[in-house]
Design a protein around this ligand. Sequence first.
Ligand code: SF4
Length: 483
Amino acid sequence: MEKKKHIRLRSGNDLQLTIADYDGDRPKHRRRTVRTLLLSPFQRNLRPFCYAPFLSMDFDATGAIRLCNHSHSPVAKITEDTSVIDVWRGEIYRRYRAEMKDYILDEENCRHCIRQCETGSSKNVFAVAQFDRWAHDDAMPLYPKVLIFRLKNTCNLACVMCDGLTSSRIRKERDKLPSTASMYGERFFKEMEEILPHVDHVEFYGGEPFLVKEHLRIFEILSKVRATCTIYVNTNGVSLHPKAKQFLEKLNFKTIAVSMDAVHDELHREIRYGLRSDLFYKNMEYFLDLRARKGVEVMLNVTEHRMNWFELPEIFRFAEAKRLYLHINTCIHPHNVTLYTLPSTQLRYVLEFLEQERDLLLVDYRHLTNLARYEFLLSLIRSELSSRRPDWQAEITNRNQSCNGFLAAPIPGLRPFETPAKVSREIIRITSTMGGKPATRMLEQMLVRVRNLSKQGPWADVTQQLQQAIAILPECEANAVFQ
Ligand code: SF4
């Protein structure tokens, strides 16, 4: 029997996932023959692991050109002499195209998708989710079909999981560095006038896309060349100036993705530092109005990490109530913010919580629209835990210096911890699952919150339970949280 072929890395090592299993979960298509052409004219004869090198160019704030916005290695850098079209038709793109056709991955460049493949299916692999829908059969396309713009880091927020490369505010306030120069000059914008009429889809990320002057210039070009491409924008939801609204009304916006990491205002402002909740919800209503008037899809981009793990089910509830598609942005750094460098006891504690909450969500919403994304989140955590060997150590190369790196305590007073009984159960779970310093720290945070709630009745009992638990918890260095 023929051995099943696995997806391979450039190093020659195989991934666990076979090509057949990877393709099995992708949108169906068969090899193009006269018969299949007659049956369906939409069959493809080009079937790579990822269509990005056949479709896409990503331009970031450092002037790097990449295959996609999750690529780790630039294929070229913008200078005065760089021709975007020459890069697109050049040697490096050709090499990626040949490799992707053979299901060979550059382990450096494609780390993001490799990690997702390790969950055992292609269901939520970015390459599939992002690029299969734009698939075509041209193995040597003259122009890209998808462009991703992140041309400058201009941003008015300083989110906990972000960095100075992506936010000018972090660069200024956290890193104490001068602002960066724009890498995109006249030649780039001139070439865009030639390229954009051939493009099917463009995406804008930040910084905050509506505050990036270079993006506004691309919006102008889209308008000038009467481009018909669809537009996706990922906004922080608090930067809607009149010009941005004009473009939103006039251009072919297909999707507005709003970053949202908590429902609770105070927590949301802690995570997305600088956010104004009143503005956020006002603009959310405007986006929903655009959806009603123009059919623009509105979705949530949610990043999971140590500060909002217990709030995630609430965001799923919010999405359900507003009929919003929810995307989980896997937070892999900073390493003192991501969940995936937590000691296993803490990560298991988070997983158990999310598993229990999944069941409660399904009681509230039998047909939870975003269930697949919730399951995906669980599978990422499970896969992280099961891949750890006994000698596992967190690899720490990147940290947010302004963050203490502790796993935040669940906040009483908020669902799902709104009753003393629930908080009481959680105290037991924290002490029995984690113990040691991490548990003590969490319980101390909870104690502050509970004291604020009420000094009477059942909350007073919980206060006492917390005090007792803190007093008897042994110091346990082995479980010490990474800082
Ligand atoms: S495999 Fe993933 S990371 Fe690599 S180019 Fe495709 S989408 Fe980007």
